[in-house]
Design a protein. Structure first.
Lengths: 333, 333, 333, 333, 333, 333
């Protein structure tokens, strides 16, 4: 740790997740400076009091639980597997929007009679021995299988689980699935109701650190404020259109009659100067959700909008970050 | 194909062109999600009815011609080579702004008397046998050489054409040229009037699909709308300047007298509040073509503009995508 | 060089610095088109008269000094080492914001009595022979050691200097330090007052070219204008908030009472149309320094701002690029 | 070509086959020196009159057929596809022992009723249109399908054929198969009697070059001599054992009674000096086929052999390279 | 598994160990053919009944213990960690000569008072909490710490253990050490008597498979025979010298008087024909251990040897593979 | 350095030369064990007193000259450039058989009148300024140009010299040439009599170390002995043929009448036992130079040789390593 770094955030140290988390923080306005690829430490220049550590996801969760690290970003899969029973870990934000996958049960394609958990239970009863389930998530898998009353033994594995049924190492697997291609390549089939844990990246914190260290609490607020403002901004665009009309009020009225462009609050309206003084033009500007953009353009055209310009937004700040309030409540608990 | 994907778009599966097309679609607001690098299928999350396939460019054109694929993006070089005579392929957009190159005739540097097509024709007449031309584009090359009355035999090749003259495999080549460095490294020289086909990436569609499948037609409109709005936006910037003046009208008048900042339509003008109430300031905002930015800044300064802020634009939507209308006309034919 | 390219800019040809300089120019609006990774030449499509050359940093400085190249971008470390005594090189911009490192003196960790330059001097006096200092920067190191009256001999090296003390090749080193990790790995310690030359990327020009070639002078202005406008923009964001108030003047007054959002000049204020006609709302827009964003948000909330939207800025042009004026002065000298 | 290089051998320019051919030639005692990975030319230092060219396999066959290249090494698949009808290509050695694969017909796994060529024919008759067969080997595939009276249309492809049936680009494929894994990944199944062309690397020559250029003929002999001596050596080991016996003849007799170690010709036998003069020991040495080594060891132990040492062999030269004689005969034809 | 493959050998699937084991088997005369890098299956062409599987080392040991795999090659570290208590795993060969490392205890460099296990125990008593030991080998580490009466808690980790003490995740580590560089880079120090498990690659088998499957037993013999013959050969060279002498016996006598070249058994001696008939020359040939080569050369020169030729040996077979006998004994147990 | 390592050998730390030197030492029987790719230290297990260091070639020469390293392997180009005037460096072996290249003068292809050093001198006189020669070998280049009376200024460079004439950085270059391809790519032409320094890898030692440290002297002998025996062995093969004849003497006589197989000393001859007792066969064994193998096979066949087996040789030791004697002489000087 560099001098002055009093709070620590641990990030995934490898692969796709590392790239995604660094991209996410950069977009959020908190770019991480990792001076040396071999190093496991880094800084966030705009948050000098924050030291960054890189660890494997499982180690991140354990470190935050122990309290040797204050904050961590990891997948919900690993967090739920390793968070332990005693509430040392607080989940500040559970959907950072990347690292999506699901922990699922998958069976050999050839088990044609097994199409869901119920038929798996029935089929497994016909086995001489309990169902052998290979997994790297014993806690979650155990709990799920017990809830579903499937008698089994768990087999842990170091390497690719997908080959386990072919090798004869296990009967079925409980594994992370994202595109499903690896399952398909290995002639396995995920059960539609076999989702043990849906997952995406999440921000966690050590409860005690938040309770006892005011600068950790301030950091939690700062992180949540920026993350929420950024995630909201990512989903929206600023749309500006020119529109002829007698007055701002007249134009606003036309907009209030439409579905998308009526907005929550009204449009900002400014005059546009034209050479032909007989016409009065105005520029209207609204924020539109990305998914509604096509419809918004159509509506604006319908009511005479033209020269429609769409611009990106970096942050949208609302009154208070709601998750920060949720966190404060959880801390009281 | 995933369930629900009723329309298919095929993209180049390799190299620079794959990277460029994925970047282009992402910038256009249609990011492709390819869950697995080994996979030849992908999705566009914002267009769930669209299935993405990755193929080699030549196979894309054949697939769209056959109708096994509805839409494709490939280079004009390959499209013209493989589109066939019967109009099954419709070119929706022929200049997507990336993948530029030219199919050109190139001769050995040592052929000093050959400086253009005319001198090539004369020189080749002195040969005992017809000119041997190595190419991977037999259709276009054949047509070009016949139009230019150069007697020849075509030699097809799998690998680097540029070494063919040195190895003695062919006399000259008809090959794709982008920077010209590879020709230079192999001591070849492109003929200035030897451009057989200029090329950049283009969007094509199967004519029958557009005629018979309404959702394919809607998709064509959607793709063209976003592509055109994005390409237009890429070329422009939003320029905002503060300007002192008695009134919006007075300021607009000063702008109308200039060349660039006079614009097609007039500027949007809003008041700027200053501490010193004796001065009245306004903010003017216009859209300027990137290539004109320097001149626009100069003009604004000339008429008293200061604190000039330039921002990016994501889309500029005009009334109707002109290429969509062109497509509708072509479909009637 | 391509035809028509009358001015030449040389860029670093390798590693991190090449990536950073190409990113920097692209962000500045001057993307470099390098058609072929093996090539040492490239173009800037928006500046057709500019030919780009790629060289190692030391060769860039020598080329600009000689005048075979007009402009160059290199680290201040290399520029100061190689610029020579006769003023042929003009530094147009000395802080382009990337490529940060420092040329520093480092001693073996085990030299516990050496904690600064003074104690190094004392300790080195106890040696039988002069202190052996391995470096790739003999000019700067020589000057620094002489200024600090440390008797020494310089030892030049081709490879990693950090191993020199262990191998016995030298006693201490004078080397570039960025993260310090390499020093640490090799059990060396930089002396806190041993900074021989702090460094980041800089833009240099050949004095004679600027004096005699008007298009080189125009290019210098163009480069500086864009670079300054871009660097300024990178540090700022456009903040727009909705605010209820009786009049623009009333709202502006509330803002003038705050610290950050009071701004240099006042806010741009436009009316916001709302359904409920009893309230009058306005949109205020200001430019805020990135580092002040958190406080600006807080201030805006304090005075009733809501729906705060933050957008990126591409350029901020001020009246005249100050470094261009500085250059003109230097040319007179 | 370097000066003095009067004969040309073309080698595959890419991938596994390039590595294998270079390894093969090095083991054969003819290491290729390729001074520069980017170059398409190389030398064999021990054969200064031989110039090496690197081309894609198809281009190798065409070059040798044309006569612009004298010798080539390529797969039998490509040779048979491209050799043409007129006997310009002579196959000097058809089994160089690497590059094994087969051109095979493969159908979708789901076509359960299709298990061989006969059932494919029957199934394809039920189609409305002729069977669409994607391939990169139209000549061989056409011939095979016609011989098997399967009505079809061929579809050429640039990229991975295996995805063609899924995309709908073709019904079945005719493709190179080595491990079968790619077929399996794409849910295709090769037909057991669908082998169109088995293949491994082969050495070819231009007939006319051998007939008219004596140094090409001498090179053919040299290449064949070394290749045959090396391939024979690779399959054998030199086995030396110590054996007690009254005389060489007595020991030889024991060996003649065994199966493997009796050999074609007899063993070489030399006395072994031992301290204890009462015993007479001999060393016997024979050449054994690698596949027979285990049995040879067992036989030697049975008749009292001990201290068995096995050594590698570089070449085994027989009287005259048989394939050279075959070539001379073919040249007469 | 391919048809006909009735026995299975599992090999490490990744990194240095995979490369080394494939090299080892190739040198041993049992090259593995892995048709596809993505595949987890392979064949040994000379042992068609053997199917090769690739797994992570820990999974290999578990698979062999379970009996889903017959044979495996893995490090002794993992074998001892995972072999379990019940003797299902038989170690056929425990020193295959590659993959050397040691599982060791390492403490922070700054713990100056801790120099061995005894001082570690003393120091750890001064801690408030039990010593936290991070490891991926909980079974072996637990046993070792208990044997040495060090009170502790084990902390498992997914990623690089070496950073654990710095991060505060653990106090000390129990980790694999090969060169010690990684420990050094992380400022850790291995305790000289802290070797928990020395390790190199070993061949293991499932006890039940050997007892019940005769072809598995035959395979065990075959593998051991070749492995032992190869390992012995690797350590020896065949040395042949020319020597003048009256008779083979006279020369042998001179050799018997030396240390190295006297050998276990005597030399093989053959006459050398020379032009000058007055001298009688003999060639003597012996097998010499690599480490003794220099001394052997000196001895041979001393007694008049010249023209000394040294050749490689592929295998040295002794009467019966001793480890095979050991295995038979173990199976009786 | 590890404990016990009293002598140090420095090897090139990068690129082709590192790979080649490690291969060379492994083939020589002195494999280097580099436990960690990041490390600059390694061991030779069979020479425990030798510590290996990796440095850039220039640093190797300086270290050996200084005496901080005892032995080094580097190219003759760098050795001659950096060895200095005072004889501190002794060249023990100047042709290790790898790393071949030449330091040469090269001029632009377009300088048609310059074909050799003489015409370069004449041409350069016509220049206004002295010839600018870019080089990384100032000492050797200076000496060569002075000897050839060419007036010049040297220009040092960090990066690729070959682009210097095009950029205008220099007129000609003095650079290392191996295949000549890079010169050709950059339109430069080496002058046939412009070889400043031919080069290959060489073994050097510090003179003082050899004089004062007996174990360094013993190491020099050991290294030279193995290197010479290996280089000799690489060039030769062991050839064994079966031959019918009345007696060893009769066969030897036939061999003495041939050119190659007559050898320096005579063949080793042993009886071959055949089933048909009427014939007497012998095995003859000789050592043949690789380059003579084809002719030796022909000669052996001519005199009735058959079943010719060729085997590799690892070392050929002669009486005393001649270069060791040369070194002892040089040390006296």
């Amino acid at each position: 740790m560099q001098p002055g770094q009093t709070i620590r955030l641990s990030l995934p140290s490898k692969g796709r997740l590392e790239i995604d988390v660094l991209d996410f923080l950069a977009e959020t306005g908190l770019p991480v400076f990792k001076p040396n690829p071999r190093q496991y430490e880094a800084q966030v220049p705009s948050l000098p009091e924050l030291g960054i550590i890189f660890q494997r996801p499982g180690d991140i969760v354990v470190s935050v639980r122990q309290g040797s690290i204050d904050f961590g970003i990891a997948g919900m899969d690993v967090i739920e597997e390793k968070r332990g029973p005693n509430g040392d870990i607080l989940i500040l934000h559970d959907s950072l929007g990347f690292g999506h996958c699901s922990l699922m049960l998958a069976v050999p394609e050839t088990w044609e009679q097994v199409t869901d958990i119920a038929s798996l239970r029935e089929y497994s009863i016909t086995f001489e021995n309990p169902l052998r389930v290979a997994t790297k998530f014993p806690v979650l898998t155990e709990r799920f299988l017990n809830q579903n009353r499937i008698s089994h033994i768990l087999i842990s594995a170091e390497g690719t689980l997908e080959t386990a049924p072919t090798i004869g190492y296990a009967d079925i697997i409980s594994d992370l699935v994202s595109s499903g291609q690896t399952l398909k390549d290995n002639r396995l089939r995920a059960l539609p109701d076999g989702v043990i844990q849906p997952s995406q990246a999440a921000l966690i914190a050590n409860r005690k650190a938040l309770k006892t260290n005011p600068s950790a609490l301030a950091m939690a607020r700062r992180l949540l404020e920026y993350i929420e403002a950024h995630l909201r901004a990512k989903e929206n665009l600023l749309v500006v259109a020119n529109m002829r009309g007698e007055s701002p009020e007249a134009i606003a009225q036309k907009m209030f009659d439409e579905t998308i462009v009526s907005g929550l609050q009204g449009p900002t309206i400014s005059p546009v100067m034209v050479r032909d003084a007989k016409q009065t033009w105005f520029s209207v500007s609204i924020v539109v959700h990305r998914a509604d953009l096509s419809r918004a353009i159509t509506e604006l055209r319908t009511i005479g909008g033209s020269g429609i310009i769409v611009s990106p937004v970096t942050y949208i700040f609302e009154e208070e970050p709601p998750r920060y309030k949720a966190m404060l409540n959880a801390l009281k608990g």
